[in-house]
Ligand binder design. Structure first.
Ligand code: SF4
Length: 426
């Protein structure tokens, strides 16, 4: 089994960022994190020393390369990148939107990438903008440190056409691409009531290629390495590497670059079941033989989502942990769709009752979970329902004893991170 090659950055040692960055690890050979050896962002001159040069590909070449390596989006939906690019035609009216608004509280991988290897992100943004024939590129982030580092990196480069780095408001749903596009347009940063694809109407109402920051970094890497070399790592169905956030009771907590297809058991300690895969819209799993390859996971009905791999420590109550997150997810509803507003609140209340060791009608809770699934204008209720439903299954022994009026007696330590509550001025 491949072992972790190195830890390239210890927690909290990134003075550029001004705020702590989790430890960075590499399993196998570093690609996105190549050169990230120290306590600062990889500079442009250092980037030039790394393998490959950034070509200026036409759109058809970019599409063909993305199709050859089966590149999937890294923001959660895992949509084929080639298909998204193929929906656009070259023209100055196009827009490029790099989504770095990492809204998943358990994830750090996008911020780690932007802060430690910003030129990887810029490579992809420059590549796509050239292929689409546009000078209008926006990088949207939620945090000041990433914005500052990306702006400084853009200033270093002679090949940057026009890139604006914008700090957008926080909030879980505000990172959803349509919510983000609405926010950039000065509208409330919430999803649309109906599905409008960015390739049809995105930033400024124009056709837009929008994807997660890691997707852009992977595209830049693909162009630098070429498809044949890019395929030299990872699984045959999804070649390359991927970034994950390792959290909780795991041997190497932090952000890791791993080859796709890495077995889950290589990332978590022995006996670390259940594992939360994806994030707070993700899935609790108990099969440690699962491989982190999006097509393979999809065949099991599981997504890699935001790339979170989390294990709860044994000294915290899992039901209480799940209830905390469920309440937060309920509070993060954008307040537009009835099943999302009322359904998620009722589910959170049931879980809080269960966590307190008071009787709950579990059949009713499962009915509520089914009623919210697929009933919103965005995927927020579906993801929240999946997170809770799979937790009830994965922690069924705890659930049974809590439902029978016997709480485990463990404290709720808050092992699953949540943002601090926003203070409202009165
Ligand atoms: S499903 Fe929830 S979060 Fe999504 S648009 Fe409706 S109310 Fe907002």
């Amino acid at each position: 089994m491949t072992s972790f090659a190195r830890t390239v950055l210890e927690q909290g040692s990134h003075p550029d960022a001004g705020v702590p960055v989790p430890a960075l690890h590499v399993l196998g050979t570093a690609r996105l994190l190549d050169g990230a050896t120290g306590a600062r962002a990889v500079g442009y001159t250092e980037q030039l020393m790394l393998p490959g040069t950034l070509p200026q590909w036409r759109l058809d070449t970019l599409i063909a390369a993305a199709r050859t390596v089966g590149l999937l989006g890294r923001g959660g939906a895992a949509f084929p990148v080639a298909a998204k690019l193929a929906a656009l035609h070259t023209g100055r009216h196009n827009r490029v939107l790099v989504n770095g608004s990492e809204s998943e509280p358990a994830s750090w991988k996008d911020r780690a990438l932007m802060r430690c290897a910003p030129h990887r992100v810029l490579d992809g943004a420059i590549l796509v903008a050239h292929a689409l024939g546009t000078r209008r590129t926006t990088i949207a982030v939620h945090d000041t440190a990433s914005a500052r580092i990306l702006r400084a990196a853009a200033h270093e480069r002679p090949d940057v056409r026009k890139i604006r780095v914008i700090e957008t408001g926080g909030g879980f749903v505000a990172g959803e691409v349509q919510a983000l596009i609405n926010g950039l347009g000065g509208r409330p940063p919430v999803p649309n009531g109906r599905r409008i694809l960015p390739v049809d109407r995105g930033v400024d109402g124009r056709p837009t290629f929008a994807s997660n920051v890691e997707t852009f970094a992977q595209l830049g890497l693909l162009a630098r390495l070429g498809p044949a070399s890019f395929r030299g790592a990872g699984s045959p169905d999804e070649p390359g590497t991927t970034l994950v956030t390792l959290l909780g009771d795991v041997p190497r907590a932090g952000v890791a670059e791993i080859p796709t297809g890495t077995p889950l058991r290589a990332l978590v300690g022995p006996g670390s079941s259940p594992v939360l895969l994806g994030g707070y819209h993700g899935t609790w799993v108990t099969d440690m033989d699962l491989c982190l390859d999006r097509p393979a996971l999809r065949s099991h009905g599981i997504g890699l989502g935001a790339g979170v791999v989390a294990v709860l420590p044994p000294d915290t109550c899992p039901i209480g942990e799940v209830a905390r997150v469920a309440r937060w997810l309920s509070n993060e509803s954008a307040g537009q769709c009835g099943p999302c507003i009322f359904g998620l609140a009722a589910i959170a209340e049931d879980l809080e009752t269960l966590a307190a060791g008071r009787p709950v009608d579990l059949r009713n809770l499962h009915v509520r979970l089914g009623l919210v699934d697929g009933r919103g204008a965005c995927s927020h209720p579906d993801g929240a329902s999946r997170f809770v439903a799979t937790a009830l299954q994965a922690f069924r022994d705890h659930v049974a004893s809590h439902a029978g009026g016997h709480s485990c007696g463990l404290p709720v330590r808050g092992a699953l991170p949540l943002p601090p509550p926003v203070r409202v001025a009165r």
